[in-house]
Design a protein around this ligand. Structure first.
Ligand code: CUA
Length: 358
């Protein structure tokens, strides 16, 4: 435990890696604001008294200004505000740049008025989130309807959850316990009821918890099944000879488009290509894929993406620019039929068959 944690009574507990620095930053802003409020207030009252008009006919003496004073009151606030900017930007960048490796990925959907979460091995929960202590956790989030915001005060993280796109949030829990989860964006009548609990558990407890939750198919397994049942597999052949581009080695690469532009094959691009295939047609292919808008839910789109991801280079690795036509086949042990399990996806060894909840 960090011995320097400042625990202020009206602050929530500091339960994530960001909490201490965030509080320090907040306290600095508060102290600076307080200091200058008092300084300016006292000076105003003092000058009011000192330079008051003493008689009806008094003509005040003209003061021409003071160069050193003016430089001081320009430079000092400039330095202070640049310091605030630099520190704030650094914190912001850290919080909104999830680590690329060694991270537990959980998928979150917001919906009027509940929060759903799905763990990498397929465990689902509603209005709750169980996370292991000391482990980096990345939330990939989207909404089925309107804008929500996933807010865990004890972690000092708050991220909008927006229909039509993915947003990410990440943190490392540093303290076991149960914390509040709120929706922090007004989203309709039951907005104030869109709340839940975040439980931080010791790693063995978390693994026991995972084993106790009825396990459904993992997102990648469910995605593979959808890939077949929605007939994606008929066009997206591994050998690049299909009507659609091959998806081998796709994720994380730069894709050349028909209009000459390139786009990074990330989650957002894959999602758009499933729901609005004509938006970014790949060079060398016709725009003849049907849209799957309305045929698949956001959760199903995420499942398909979870299936496609491991058959391409890992996020964060330097990926060579490649067009689908020149995409090299993946190593034999990583065929489309058998995606490599996502790293960090196995916090618990499966202990026998769990009852299915179908
Ligand atoms: Cu969801 Cu407010």
């Amino acid at each position: 435990m960090n011995p320097f944690l400042i625990q202020i009574p009206f602050f929530p507990e500091q339960a994530s890696n960001f909490a201490f620095e965030m509080d320090l930053f907040y306290i600095l802003l508060f102290a600076l604001t307080g200091f200058f409020t008092v300084l300016i207030g006292v000076a105003a009252v003092y000058f009011l008294v000192k330079y008051r008009r003493r008689s009806q006919g008094e003509v005040p003496e003209q003061i021409e200004g003071h160069l050193k004073l003016e430089i001081a009151w320009t430079v000092i606030p400039f330095v202070i505000s640049m310091f605030i900017f630099a520190w704030g930007a650094k914190l912001y960048y850290q919080m909104y740049t999830p680590p690329a490796t060694d991270v537990l990925e959980i998928f979150v959907t917001g919906k009027q008025w509940m929060w759903r979460a799905q763990h990498p091995d397929g465990q689902r929960e509603i209005n709750e989130l169980h996370v292991p202590l000391g482990r980096r956790v990345k939330l990939t989030m989207t909404s089925e309807d309107v804008i929500h915001s996933y807010y865990i005060p004890a972690f000092r993280t708050k991220t909008d959850v927006v229909p039509g796109r993915y947003t990410v949030s990440w943190f490392t829990p540093i303290k076991t316990g149960t914390y509040h989860l709120f929706c922090a964006e007004y989203c309709g009548t039951q907005h104030s009821g869109m709340i839940g609990k975040v439980t931080v558990m010791e790693v063995p407890d978390y693994q026991a918890w995972l084993r106790g939750v009825p396990r459904e198919k993992s997102p990648a397994e469910a995605g593979e099944q959808l890939f077949t049942s929605l007939a994606c597999v008929n066009c997206h052949l591994e050998n690049s000879k299909g009507r659609g581009p091959s998806l081998l080695n796709l994720f994380g690469t730069e894709v050349k488009l028909a209009n000459g532009a390139t786009v990074k094959a990330d989650e957002t691009y894959l999602r758009e290509s499933i729901l609005n295939p004509g938006a970014k047609t790949v060079a060398g292919y016709a725009n003849d894929m049907p849209t799957f808008q309305g045929l698949v839910t956001e959760e199903q789109v995420a499942m398909i993406i979870q299936y496609i991801k491991p058959i391409g280079p890992r996020q964060g690795e330097a990926a060579p620019a490649t067009t689908p036509a020149s995409a090299v086949p993946a190593p034999a042990e990583q065929g489309v039929g058998r995606p490599a399990p996502p790293q960090a996806a196995k916090p618990a060894a499966p202990q026998g068959e769990q009852p299915r909840q179908d």
